[in-house]
Ligand binder design. Structure first.
Ligand code: GAR
Length: 224
C-alpha cells in the first residue's frame, strides 16, 4: 500500500501489442496514475509493446520459454526476474502464457490481470468469437486478481459493452479494448491508492468485501 505522494512500483507483463501497457504508462507519465513502471517484461522478445516501452524510456526485459526445460523452471526464472524489480504490483497486460503456482504464489494478492470478457463468462481464449457464436447481447472486460485458477480470481472492475447487429470479432474486440483502456488504469489506481486489496481470497474496495465486481457501462464515468 502506498501513502499519499508515493508512487507504487509496478512491473507490467506483456506478450504482444501492449495497448493496455500504453494506457497505463501514459497516465503514469502524465502524473494522473500514482505508479512507477519499473520494467516491462515479455515472454516474447519480439513483442511490439517492448519496442514502444523502450521508446518511452522504460526498462524492458524478455525471457523466452524455449530456453527452459519445463514450465516450472520457466515460471521460477520469470518470478525471479520480476521480483528483481521489487514491484508492489504485477500487472498482466495481454500476457498470453498460463502462469503456474511457482509464479502465482509468489505474487498472489499483488497481481492483476485484464481479461476480455465479463467473467465468469468466457474464461480462456477467443472470447469475442464465443460471445458472437452464443448470440449474447452484451460483452465486456474484467480486471481481476490473479490466483492459481485460470481467469478465476476475484473480479474487481468490469466494463460492459453492447453487442451490435452486424458486429464481427474485430469490431467487437475494438469496442471492448477501448473499455479495457479505461478500467485497467482505474483498477491499478485503486490499488496504488491503497483502496483496493486482496484478503481472505477476496477483493476488498474501500474496506468492503467485493462479492460482486464493480460494473460500469461503456458510457459511464469511473470514479477516480
Ligand atoms: C487484451 O484484449 C487483453 O484483454 C487480452 O489480450 C489483449 C492484449 O492487448 N488478454 C487476454 O486475453 C488474457 N487472457 P494489448 O497487448 O494491446 O494490451
Amino acid at each position: 500500500m502506498s501513502s499519499a505522494g508515493e508512487r507504487l512500483p509496478v512491473v507490467v507483463l506483456i506478450s504482444g501489442r501492449g495497448s493496455n501497457l500504453r494506457a497505463i504508462v501514459e497516465k503514469a507519465q502524465a502524473g494522473t496514475l500514482p505508479v512507477e513502471v519499473r520494467a516491462v517484461v515479455s515472454d516474447r522478445p519480439d513483442a511490439a509493446g517492448l519496442e514502444w516501452a523502450r521508446s518511452r524510456g522504460l526498462r524492458t526485459a524478455s525471457l523466452a520459454p524455449q530456453q527452459f526445460s519445463d514450465r516450472e523452471r520457466y515460471d521460477e526464472a520469470l518470478a525471479a526476474l520480476v521480483a528483481s524489480f521489487e514491484p508492489g504490483l504485477v500487472v498482466l497486460a495481454g500476457f498470453m502464457r498460463i502462469l503456474g503456482p511457482a509464479f502465482v504464489d509468489r505474487f498472489v494478492g499483488r497481481m492483476l490481470n485484464i481479461h476480455p470478457s465479463l467473467l465468469p463468462r468466457h474464461r480462456g481464449l477467443h472470447t469475442h468469437r464465443r460471445v458472437l457464436e452464443a448470440g449474447e447481447r452484451d460483452h465486456g472486460a474484467s480486471v481481476h486478481f490473479v490466483t492459481r485458477e485460470l481467469d478465476g480470481g476475484p473480479v474487481v472492475l468490469q466494463a460492459r459493452v453492447p453487442v451490435r447487429d452486424g458486429d464481427d470479432e474485430a469490431s467487437l474486440a475494438a469496442r471492448v479494448l477501448e473499455q479495457e483502456h479505461r478500467i485497467y488504469p482505474a483498477a491499478v489506481g485503486w490499488f496504488a491508492a491503497g483502496r483496493l486489496r486482496y484478503a481472505q481470497g477476496a477483493a476488498w474496495l474501500d474496506g468492503q468485501r467485493l462479492d460482486r465486481a464493480v460494473v460500469i457501462e461503456a458510457s459511464d464515468d469511473i470514479a477516480a
